[in-house]
Design a protein. Sequence first.
Length: 306
Amino acid sequence: FLIKMAVYSLFTSFPKFLISPLRKLTSQSTHALKVSTESLARLRKATGYPILKCRQALVECENDLGMAETWLAEQAEREGWAKVEQLHQRRTAHGLIAVKTETNFGVMVEVNCETDFVARNESFQDLVGMVTQSFFTHYKQKDLSFTESIAMQEADSNTLTSLSTPGSATVGEQVAKTVGRLSEKISIHRGIALRSSQSLVVGYSHGNIPRSPNLLCTVGTYGTLVAVKGSENEEALRKLGSRVAMQVVGTNPKGLEPPDGSEVITKEDWLLKQQFLFDSSITVEALLETHGARIEGFVRYSCGEN
């Protein structure tokens, strides 16, 4: 009882000249927390960050949208690098295969995440598109070593994460920002570039994945690049190449045809010996002969494979 009385006496006798500034400070803090609803909505739409993060950014930056976006990006990068370390042992079994081609050149990239939910997220897909474009731009300018009429160049995770993106940040830094935003492990798995000296390079990706409107490449859970050569015009050759690319994704052949002198045990293992998916009365080889075309080479990715 005596302790309660002492506390009550101390509170009631607290000097008014100290209480007044405290009330003023409390009022100012409450006012600072008020943010524009319109600004909050615009920042959320522009960045994709959670509503509470956007509110915190606007409070910190006094409703300045430009400063708030910068603050969010810096926070995401700091938190992202920390989360990258925390999440590094988690398994990334999901993700996307991205494909981008232009005439006689094409690239394919695999980026992995932990869940199918994130693979469908616009921020993740924008990251995949950025990695693919950086890889495409970098390797299109490089001289690749040709084997006969085609050249392939593989890129591992370290090579891809060190590439520069528009705005000078590296792919690795962009990954950290996206991890900070999505709170899920993201791995840049692999990539491959294919160039042909005489053929048209056609790409195809397969998978029921809603696409981000910002993507300049195709994405799916399977992908392939096919080099097709023929005398037909580019449009007809591209159509033929696309159908063969679908065949490659659907049947996963080991190669074009068995090596000379080897015994063919299973014809389905070799692309040219397979029945054509769209017309089982002919083989892929017969289809190509009809069009006066040939396949110079192909590569296929399946998301999550070793």
